[in-house]
Design a binder for this molecule. Structure first.
Ligand SMILES: [Zn+2]
Length: 454
């Protein structure tokens, strides 16, 4: 691909670019105090929560005071208070709603694959206008300008990703929104006809289209003319092999983003999501230990469960919301672009966490290390559990598929290298069970990481 000098990521709101980290913290503290008073005044749920813990928002003077509060919300509680608001007020948004339901301009849910969908992404017009600037900033950073077209292929409609379309339009970019359920052929056909300069898709779809394009539209994805791809929602391009494969095939940069909270930089190497929105959320300064739920001090490289607190949203702001996502936070300057703010990398989900000899181990971290050995391995693996997690009696049993063309005589040597990397990076020395390519199977939706034998 074309070699450019890496462009530095800046904060979306330029006032932060000249602030020190301490000044940014002070700024967030002011926003937090205002927001806590707002939610206390306007939401039945948050008011009850403060009363339950015996604290009034006025008593929270610093961010440190705030980080000590218990978790207020998670998916389970969200579902409960949604049901209560249906029963009590005839709307599904939950008792934490801070405006009238009449003021809602957009609502978006997660897929609802595990239980009822949650209307987590519910915004007023003012909220949308506030959020749009972050998406516009990211497109601008990726070199996408007004007047250009963007292939948008996610599940459309009631799903959260649809809210991103407001930001795309606000930047003067025309979305070509093809619902992912239309299938690869339709997606590629629209791309061929409308000549977008950018695309927003999951990284698995982006990868899938590489193989499908020659057969379905008679051309390579590299000839579509894309100049930037933005992926969301998966570890995806955090795996170097995946990032390189996509960039080589499409001949353009691929960025990873986390809604409005941030995006990865224009660098050959992946340096995580750059947190560009300190005025939107306390993310990622608020981490808890996934087991004890106690706050964790932030330092370069720390790993913990992400707590979300939205500082400026009006309709359904999340306050001390436990996301279940385990992230690693970097406070050092980005080695790729020089961004001075915080960066994060996804490590896994708290519900997948294993505890081996007292240490927290995340399956996705194991998968990431093993993926670095593609094509010697296929990338598919299963962690075999004989007893219910999280505690595992060592050694951890891991089934790994060797690559299709791999000479099995060399397995002992490959095994030693993989074990060495897992020991260095994840601090686990597993027992590897080798399997032929394709024998573990790959699900079309979400491939399981565990093989449960209990
Ligand atoms: Zn960077």
């Amino acid at each position: 691909m074309k070699k450019l000098k890496t462009k530095k990521v800046t904060y979306t709101n330029p006032i932060f670019n000249n602030m020190t980290q301490e000044e940014i913290t002070d700024y967030q503290e002011k926003l937090l105090k205002k927001q806590l008073k707002y939610v206390y005044r306007n939401s039945e749920f948050y008011r009850a929560k403060f009363k339950e813990i015996g604290i009034h928002p006025d008593e929270i003077r610093t961010l440190e005071d705030y980080y000590k509060l218990p978790v207020f919300l998670n998916k389970t509680i969200e579902r409960e208070i949604q049901q209560q608001s249906i029963d009590k007020y005839d709307h599904p948004f939950g008792l934490h709603l801070c405006t009238s339901p009449d003021d809602i301009a957009f609502t978006g849910t997660t897929s609802g694959t595990s239980g009822n969908p949650t209307f987590t992404y519910t915004f007023t017009e003012e909220d949308l206008n506030f959020l749009n600037r972050y998406i516009a900033h990211m497109l601008d950073y990726g070199g996408i300008n007004a007047g250009e077209r963007l292939l948008f292929s996610h599940a459309l409609g009631i799903y959260a990703t649809s809210s991103i379309l407001f930001g795309v339009r606000s930047h003067g970019v025309l979305p070509i929104d093809v619902d992912v359920r239309a299938g690869s052929q339709m997606i590629l056909k629209y791309a061929q006809m409308t000549k977008p300069t950018a695309a927003m898709m999951t990284s698995s779809l982006t990868e899938h289209l590489i193989d499908k394009a020659p057969e379905l539209i008679g051309m390579n994805v590299g000839d579509l003319g894309l100049q930037a791809i933005f992926t969301v929602g998966e570890i995806g391009i955090g795996i170097p092999e995946v990032k390189k494969k996509i960039e080589d095939a499409y001949g353009c940069r691929v960025y990873d983003y986390l809604g409005e909270l941030g995006f990865s930089c224009d660098s050959d190497e992946y340096h995580g999501i750059h947190c560009v929105a300190p005025d939107l959320s306390l993310f990622p300064n608020d981490l808890i230990d996934p087991e004890t739920k106690k706050p964790i001090e932030i330092y370069n490289g720390v790993i913990g469960e992400l707590i979300i607190t939205e500082l400026n949203l009006k309709a359904l702001p999340r306050i001390r919301y436990s996301s279940g996502d385990i992230v690693q936070v970097f406070t050092s300057e980005c080695p790729g672009c020089g961004f001075k703010g915080k960066r994060i990398k996804f490590i896994g989900r708290s519900d997948d966490m294993l505890i081996i000899k007292g240490a927290n181990v995340y399956p996705s971290a194991i998968k990431k290390v093993v993926s670095n050995f593609i094509p010697e391995v296929s990338g598919e693996l299963r962690i075999v559990l004989d007893t219910p997690p999280p505690r595992v009696v060592p050694p951890l049993q891991v089934k790994i598929e060797y690559g299709a063309d791999f000479d099995t005589h060399k397995l002992p040597e490959l095994e030693a290298r993989i074990k060495n990397e897992l020991h260095t990076q994840v601090r686990v020395t597993p027992n590897i069970i080798w399997c032929p390519t394709g024998s573990l199977g790959k699900a079309l939706t979400k491939t399981p990481i565990f093989e449960k034998n209990y």
